[in-house]
Design a protein around this ligand. Sequence first.
Ligand code: NAG
Length: 308
Amino acid sequence: MITTRALLFARSIFVIASVVLSNIVESGASGSTPKAGLAWPNSNYVNVNQFLTTHKVSWYYTWSPYSINADVEFVPMLWGQSQVNEFAASIDQTISREHVTAVLGMNEPQQSDQSNLTPEQGAQMWKTYLEPLRAKGIRLGSPAPSSAPSGKVWIQDFLQACNGGCTVDFIALHWYDVDATAFELYVQDFYETFKRPIWVTEWACQNFNDAAKQCSYDDIVRFMNQTQTFMDKAEYVERYAWFGAMENLQGVNVDDALMDKAGKINSLGRQYIAAQGIGGALTARHLSKRTFRTTALSFLSAILSELL
Ligand SMILES: *[C@@H]1O[C@H](CO)[C@@H](O)[C@H](O)[C@H]1NC(C)=O
C-alpha cells in the first residue's frame, strides 16, 4: 500500500538525487573525458577493441553517417554532396540508437579532390541537412578544411554565406606538416579567429609541400607526443583524432600508421592510446565518476522500490 506521505518523501528524494546526479554527469562531460578519438575507415574488418583497452579513446568517426560496433561514442559526419541522401535517410535513427551528441560537417570543402564546395554551397548544405539537427540537442562541428592557406578563408566565407543561419558549435580542422610548434600556433590561431572550441579531426606528421622531406619514425614519435600533450592541456581543444588508424595510409607517410599491415595495433598506436603515461590518470578519474553514478542510481532505485 502506498501512502501519500511515502510518495511525497520518495518524490523529494528523487528530485534531490536528480539534481545531484545531473551535476555529476555535467562535470564529467566537461572536465575529465579523454579527448582522443579514432578516425576510423575500417568498419568492423579491423578489431577496434585493441584501441579501447586504456579508455584514452572516448569517441570515433568514420567520414560517414555509419557507425560500427564499438563501445565508445560515435560522431556521424556529412562528408559532402555524395553522401547527402544516405545521411538524410539514416541520421535520425542513428542519433537515437547511438545516443549521438555531436555531428561533423563536410570534409575538406575547399579541396577539389575532397568535398569540393563553394562557401555558398556549403552554407546551403548546412542549412538543409545539419542545422535542423540542433532541435534534437545535437552540437554541430564546422566543415573541416585542410591546412592549406585557403582553409581558414573558406570557413570565414562560409560563415558569411550562412548569414547567421548556421549554428557552428565548434570548429573542426585538419593539419598536415612536420613542425609540432607550427601545429600549436595553427590551432591557437583558429581558436582566436573563430572563438569556438576546436576539434582536430585529422592530423599527422606529413609534408605535402616537399615530398622528399618527411618525418622519420622517431620524429613522428616526438611530434605525436608534443602535439597530443598540447591538446590534452589546451582547454579550448575538445577532441582530436590522429590520421593513421588504418592499414593503407593513402599517400600519407606510412610511419604515421597506428597499426601494422595486418591491422594489429603497433607501438605508435599504443603511444596514442597512452598505454602508459597521462591516459592512466584521466581514465581513473573518468571511471570513478562513472562508478559513483551507477552506485548512486542503484541506491536511488533501492529506496524507491522500498517505498512503493
Ligand atoms: C610524452 O612523453 C613523456 C616522456 O616520455 C611522457 O611522460 C608523456 O606521458 C608523453 N605524453 C603523451 C601524450 O604521449
